[in-house]
Design a protein. Structure first.
Length: 533
């Protein structure tokens, strides 16, 4: 019934009572299953030494299913730990399981063989994993079913690919038809949810998260689901919800970085960015990027997130009139250590290579934004072209930055600026990415780009006195600039000439150190962003 807490407690009681000399094969089975239950309850990842003990305990019965089962899971743990003998162990487990024909041993041996093929970029992983799923059904082992399914999906393509999501979907329906217990269904639903989220299918992701979190899914599945829920929430502007899900996921799983199959570091960085904590976002991304062992899940996102955090810090330093060199020094160090995004060696498919190329372009563009490079608009345009259709959330964000760079740079036509703004608006609207959508709308308003045709102008917001040295009239003019009003509209509203408005705007640019109307409006919005009113 998949009550993992009770099962783990029972296993520990049995291991305390049994004499391994009298029951070596039973103890072997329990030692391996103990590692499965420790993972499922969130107590930690596989301990290689524990599974080695199980293999050694049963080595005298090399033709037993328990020994082959232990050998397969030693290979599983060794692949994650990057041990040199991992591939040989996986090959030996598959050969022995095939000769033995025991369904439980075969399920785990086929799963780890598929995993081994993915790690070594060898063909045949999909077929091996599918064979493992069939053996798991015969054995009635749902842990093996999900394990084999995940590697069938991984062998089919990167998590962002349609093929990977389709495997999870088909196997999830199969589990429902077979009457699988909810915690295992929740585990697979959580895995499918992250794939749908990465593909921009936020509605499908939401539905699956409701399944996963609709009843107690167990520690590992709960943590996986909440990490996806945290990402979706922060991307759609529900910051408190995102932080709650992240906090709960960290409570559920004991180990939250290094080589685990969870995206803790990337999600932490994303949530800190959502909170406006660029320093915290950079620290979280670098924790994942520099952790020992195999890279964590979503490792390819870490460098772009770190560069984005540094670009935000550089913008903030400039707005405050503070030195930007310390931030640029950190950026140079980041680029020297990681000239490209960090690849996950488990995925070498064509769709994953396209994702890496797109994220590399995003990484380069963020670095250029931090430096205020003269060709930053071109770099954002290139990033959008590569990200669109591959990484929808990143494509929407890059489209906003492209539009921003075009408007600030002033090197392209007004028509090109309008096209870029409207594309960013469309992409953000499709994803319900509310924070990003707000930025795009403000950009369009400041640049006087209508998003949906002509309509009423927004009212000029009231500004407080945080922009020091401005006269009352200049603050009044600034409010109209933020609202995106033309010189003529401002002149009519204030009963002055357009020449007078132009003079006020020139004074505002000089006093604030900004170079154009958009920079001026952005500074004004930033100065009032924390005002409770």
């Amino acid at each position: 019934v998949a009550d993992h807490e009770v099962e783990l407690g029972t296993i520990e009681l049995l291991l305390a009572e049994l004499d391994e000399a009298d029951h070596p094969l039973l103890v072997t089975e329990l030692l391996v299953r103990q590692e499965h239950m420790r993972f499922s309850t969130g107590r930690g990842f596989f301990r290689v030494e524990q599974v080695e003990r199980a293999v050694a305990l049963s080595v005298h019965a090399g033709d037993s299913w328990q020994h082959v089962y232990a050998l397969a899971e030693l290979a599983h743990a060794s692949l994650w730990a990057e041990r040199e003998d991992a591939l040989e162990l996986a090959d030996a487990a598959l050969r022995r399981a095939t000769a033995l024909g025991h369904p439980r041993a075969l399920a785990y041996a086929c799963a780890v063989a598929a995993m081994s093929n993915v790690f070594s970029s060898s063909p045949g992983g999909v077929e091996l994993a599918a064979r493992g799923v069939a053996a798991a059904v015969e054995a009635g082992d749902w842990w093996a079913f999900v394990h084999a399914t995940l590697w069938e999906a991984n062998a089919s393509g990167a998590p962002v690919s349609a093929a990977c999501v389709d495997v999870d979907r088909r196997r999830r329906h199969q589990m429902v038809d077979l009457g699988a217990p909810h915690p295992y269904l929740a585990w697979l639903s959580a895995c499918e949810a992250i794939g749908r989220l990465l593909r921009g299918d936020w509605r499908g992701c939401t539905d699956l998260l409701r399944v996963a979190l609709g009843s107690d899914p167990g520690g590992a599945a709960d943590a996986a689901a909440r990490l996806s829920a945290a990402q979706l929430a922060v991307l759609q502007g529900r910051q408190h919800e995102a932080e709650d899900h992240l906090t709960r996921s960290e409570e559920l799983f004991a180990e939250t970085t290094n080589f685990l199959a969870f995206e803790f570091d990337a999600v932490r960085a994303l949530v800190r960015l959502g909170a406006g904590d660029a320093d915290g976002a950079y620290a979280a991304a670098m924790t994942g990027a520099t952790s020992p062992g195999a890279p964590p899940t979503m490792c390819e996102q870490l460098c772009p997130l770190a560069a984005r955090a540094l670009a935000d810090l550089a913008d903030l330093a400039r707005e405050r009139g503070e030195p930007v060199e310390p931030v640029l020094t950190r950026l140079a160090s980041l680029l020297e250590r990681f000239p490209h995004v960090i690849p996950d060696s488990a995925f070498l498919s064509a769709d994953y290579q396209a994702q890496l190329e797109a994220l590399d372009a995003l990484y380069v563009a963020e670095a250029a934004r931090a430096r205020r490079a003269p060709d930053v608009a071109r770099l954002w345009t290139h990033a959008v072209a590569l990200l669109d259709g591959v990484c929808p959330w990143d494509a929407a964000y890059a489209a906003f930055r492209e539009a921003e760079a075009i408007i600030v740079g002033g090197e392209r036509t007004r028509r090109e600026a309008a096209v870029a703004v409207r594309r960013a608006h469309r992409l953000a609207s499709e994803l319900r990415a509310e924070p990003l959508l707000h930025e795009v709308v403000e950009l369009a308003r400041s640049a006087r780009v209508p998003l949906d045709g002509p309509g009423e102008r927004a009212a000029a917001p009231a500004l407080d006195g945080r922009l020091q040295g401005l006269t009352a009239r200049e603050r009044e003019v600034l409010g109209h600039v933020v609202a995106g009003h033309t010189y003529g509209e401002i002149a009519r509203a204030l009963f002055v000439s357009e020449k007078t408005v132009s003079s006020h705007v020139s004074n505002l640019l000089r006093k604030t150190g900004t170079t154009n109307r958009y920079d001026l409006a952005r500074l004004a919005r930033h100065s009032t962003a924390s005002d409770p009113e």
